[in-house]
Design a protein. Structure first.
Ligand SMILES: Cc1cc2nc3c(=O)[nH]c(=O)nc-3n(C[C@H](O)[C@H](O)[C@H](O)COP(=O)(O)OP(=O)(O)OC[C@H]3O[C@@H](n4cnc5c(N)ncnc54)[C@H](O)[C@@H]3O)c2cc1C
Ligand code: SF4
Ligand code: SF4
Ligand code: SF4
Lengths: 602, 197
């Protein structure tokens, strides 16, 4: 931490929040609000004179409210920056009549009660989101009585209790009577691996944290009896299993089963745990003097603001969604933005540091080139055709349009990732998606069906997943009928309603649109628009008297070669069942409704 | 469209990987009938050095301005053939590939006739697209030599230090009054059992 404070290349902005981010990779413009500290960061010597005179007492956040602090304070003794901070909401009043004692007490005159928030602006090439996590609050899990029983604590409260800088100077005391407990029980997976009010995922650090705490206890107070109640123990990292074994040999008892309820125990302040010990299949009662809930972790509430500012996506678990869960774990889907630490998912310090170095490496790699190149898969807007409806901006996952009301849409080349969704959504054919233009894709559709159309299924496949799955099927030699022709797009979001209808008009019995599973979409969430478009098409086909099943939609990931072959089998079966009469009707009705001006090029 | 398309088509045998199932000669004959196709050739291994040289020679000899390579998946050798075009003085984006290996010969091993017919379809579609391709150039833009790190927990600290040590400016934004995040609140930390700060 101190290294950061000293580093000549680091501008440390505390009490600060990002307010606005615009621009694109290599050229982000950032606005930051720096809230007033009221204490001069450079001049403050942490002498404590101000604290001695401040009359206000408030719960101390650092010690989770287990101790109190003044309105002016230092969060903890090793804090960086070391300068004190005045919480203006806790302060009695800035004017000398109300209080202002601290300002008078400070000999160096570092305290400025009239300080105001500052707005800063700068430009950066890359951004790292390291917004971390917060512990799960167990108040909603009523059966454990957190908040009701003073001797039931969270894991983080136990950390503070056992810490020499904590409320008891590192003595593990009970809050009910200040006495050292004779026995402590840990309950695992609190708020993890469960449904509401908890989270379905594993907290990742809680098993090891508990094992650590049992060793801390046994080292200092070997006479305290320690029990751990668990579902299964996840000690998977380097040296972790050895720690668990050490804990067991020190006499810590591991009991498989999570207590269903905690009650007041027989002695004053003690607690009774009712648990089914699933190892021996027996209902048991355990009396202990303190309970620590191994609470899980969740994304910080404030991380959401940043996610929205940066146009990032959240995984269903609420953590930031990476570009690819396996191959690009520290890249965000937006080029030039990377993830470090728990912002992306629960992890321990070692993993957080590893990921942070990886993210920094990715950022430096990008910046060290001085300039960057990108495939020219961008879009151009024909200003004569554009009706300024704003649809393109609405669907673009990257907000890659400059927008002025009433003026034609202006694509921002550097922001565009080239999914082609806007081109598919523009009702006025105003958008050219380079290398995947309407004319080019239409020409492919039409030539595919130039002869023998009744025997062909037209398959639209996205480069990253379903087309790649076709390649995987090939590499694995999974055989399937030879009646499909594939048309590749970068994203399934590019597949225009026009192509599908034209294929049916030309006699295709079946059309398949395929892309990535939602979590895999390489263009954030462009394939949600694919889904919506196909759903609309189903309605349209139905209204026209065409069987909607003839338009199929499948999500296939690049590894799913077997599934690709199975889908090909399935569409072939479907194709063979479409009658000549149906096809003839479809051709006729679609020809009728097609506006002549919709056709050009081919 | 800047000029009349003159399409050159190269069909790869890939040893027997393609030619073992697809009748390459038949596909070549069919391709000759397609609009704007100026030149058709087959190649034992199109991606090999001699294979690429043949393409480059044909580009010069026949003034080709659109190239279709019917071979493996574009996800494999598209970069190879793009570079090949570039060396011959063509925009690398005037290339279209027809995937007649992963998408055809390998998945229809027992149906050579049908596979050949499908290969013809795929080639015809690729030519249809190639005729409409336009030269494009890669995008290039400058990069600011500075980074923003949001969050001053251990992850943000580590990332900021690494980037700063590379000589670049880092703006580290933390909403609390000091650095450290959750880690600062820990007593001892596994697996080393040392104190957190
Ligand atoms: C009880 C408990 C015990 C643990 N014990 C261990 C252990 O023994 N060993 C171990 O390896 N790991 C342990 N961990 C895990 C460890 O704490 C984490 O791995 C580590 O803190 C993650 O660091 P981080 O930087 O990703 O996130 P955090 O520590 O959460 O830091 C994120 C920072 O970002 C700031 N921030 C958030 N949003 C914004 C915003 N929008 N703008 C500006 N700033 C923002 C926050 O204020 C915070 O300072 C434990 C965790 C808990 C809860
Ligand atoms: S780390 Fe252990 S205690 Fe935490 S959720 Fe996972 S299994 Fe449960
Ligand atoms: S969707 Fe088309 S018409 Fe509408 S604003 Fe965008 S480019 Fe213009
Ligand atoms: S192609 Fe995709 S990323 Fe580019 S502007 Fe259109 S919708 Fe946005």
């Amino acid at each position: 931490m101190a290294d950061v404070g000293r580093h000549p290349n680091i501008e440390l902005l505390t009490l600060s929040e990002v307010k606005e981010v615009s621009g694109y990779v290599g050229n982000f413009k950032v606005k930051v609000i720096r809230h007033a500290r009221f204490v001069d960061e450079k001049e403050c010597t942490a002498c404590n004179e101000c604290v001695d005179v401040c009359p206000q007492l408030k719960p101390d956040e650092f010690n989770l409210g287990l101790t109190q602090r003044r309105a002016i304070y230092q969060p903890f003794p090793q804090a960086i920056p070391a300068a004190y901070v005045l919480n203006i909401d806790d302060c009695l009043g800035r004017n000398p009549i109300a209080c202002g004692k601290c300002a008078q007490a400070c000999e160096k005159n570092c305290i400025d009660l009239d300080a105001t928030d500052q707005e800063l602006e700068f430009e950066v090439g890359t951004i790292i989101a390291a917004t971390g996590m917060e512990p799960f609050d167990p108040i909603g899990i009523t059966e454990f009585g957190y908040g009701r029983f003073p001797n039931v604590l969270t894991a983080l409260e136990f950390e503070r209790l056992a810490s020499s800088g904590g409320p008891t100077g590192g003595q593990v005391h009970r809050f009910s009577d200040g006495r050292k407990p004779e026995s402590i029980a840990f309950i695992q997976c609190v708020g993890s691996r469960c449904q509401e009010p908890g989270n379905p995922y594993c907290g990742n650090i809680c098993c090891m944290n508990t094992i650590k705490d049992t060793l801390v206890i046994k080292d200092q107070w070997p006479d305290i009896d320690v029990k751990v109640f668990y579902i299964d123990l996840r000690a998977f990292g380097k040296g972790f299993e050895e720690m668990l074994q050490r804990s067991r040999t020190r006499g810590v008892k591991y009991i498989r089963g999570i207590p269903g309820e905690i009650e007041n125990g027989s002695r004053n302040g003690s607690l009774t745990l009712h648990v089914e010990n699933t190892e021996v299949g027996r209902l048991e009662k355990h009396d202990v003097e303190m309970v620590v809930l191994a609470t899980g972790v969740q994304p910080r509430a404030q991380a959401k603001d940043l996610q929205q500012l940066l146009s990032l996506q959240l995984h269903p678990d609420g953590f930031l969604l990476e570009a690819h869960p396996k191959l690009q774990p520290v890249d965000s889907p937006v080029r030039g933005i990377y993830y470090a630490g728990c912002a992306e998912g629960p992890k321990d310090i070692k993993e957080s540091v590893t990921q942070a170095s990886a993210a920094a490496g990715r950022a430096v790699r990008l910046m060290s080139q001085g300039s960057i190149t990108a495939e020219p898969y961008t879009v151009a807007v024909d200003t004569d055709k554009c009706k300024a409806c704003g649809m393109c901006l609405k669907v673009c996952p990257y907000n890659a349009f400059d927008w002025e009301k009433g003026a034609p849409a202006k694509p921002i080349e550097a922001l565009c990732a080239g999914c082609g969704t806007c081109a598919a959504e523009c009702r006025f054919d105003a958008i050219t998606s380079h290398q995947f233009t309407n004319e080019q894709l239409m020409a492919q559709t039409e030539t595919a069906l130039a002869d023998d159309s009744q025997n062909k299924t037209v398959v639209f496949a996205c480069n990253w997943c379903s087309y790649a799955a076709g390649d995987t099927a090939g590499v694995s030699r999974f055989q399937y009928p030879a009646n499909q022709v594939l048309i590749r797009t970068m994203c399934s979001g590019r597949v225009d309603e026009k192509f599908v209808l034209r294929a049916f008009e030309l006699g295709a019995p079946v059309v398949l649109v395929s892309g990535c599973h939602f979590v895999d979409c390489h263009y954030i969430d462009a394939n949600r628009h694919t889904q919506k478009r196909v759903e609309k098409l189903w309605d349209k086909l139905e209204t026209l008297g065409i069987r909607p099943e003839r338009l199929q939609l499948e999500w296939i990931s690049s590894a799913q070669g077997r599934r690709f072959a199975e889908v090909m089998e399935a569409v072939e079966k479907l194709r063979s069942e479409v009658t000549g009469k149906e096809i003839a009707y479809t051709k006729r009705i679609l020809k009728q409704i097609r506006k002549p001006k919709a056709r050009k090029g081919a | 469209m800047p000029d009349e398309p003159k399409v050159g088509l190269f069909i790869c045998h890939c040893g027997t990987n393609i030619a073992g199932t697809v009748d390459v000669q038949k596909v070549a004959e069919f391709a000759k009938t397609l609009e704007n196709v100026e030149h058709v050739a087959t190649s034992k291994y199109a991606c090999s050095d001699p294979g690429q040289k043949e393409i480059q020679q044909a580009i010069t000899e026949h003034s080709l301005n659109r190239i279709v390579v019917a071979a493996c998946t574009p996800r494999m050798h598209e970069p190879t053939f793009r570079a090949c075009l570039q060396q011959a003085g063509l925009s690398p984006f005037l290339l279209e590939m027809a995937n007649i290996r992963e998408g055809c010969s390998w998945v229809h091993l027992r149906e050579p006739q049908k596979a050949t017919r499908k290969a013809c379809d795929l080639v015809r579609m690729a030519v249809a697209k190639a005729r409409l391709l336009e030269p494009l150039t890669e995008r290039k833009f400058p990069v600011k030599q500075a980074a923003l790190v949001v969050g001053g927990g251990i992850a943000g600290i580590q990332a900021a230090l690494d980037i700063a040590d590379s000589g670049r400016k880092v703006h580290l934004v933390e909403k609390e009054p000091c650095l450290g995040g959750t880690m600062a609140q820990l007593n001892k930390t596994y697996p080393t059992m040392d104190c957190a700060i």
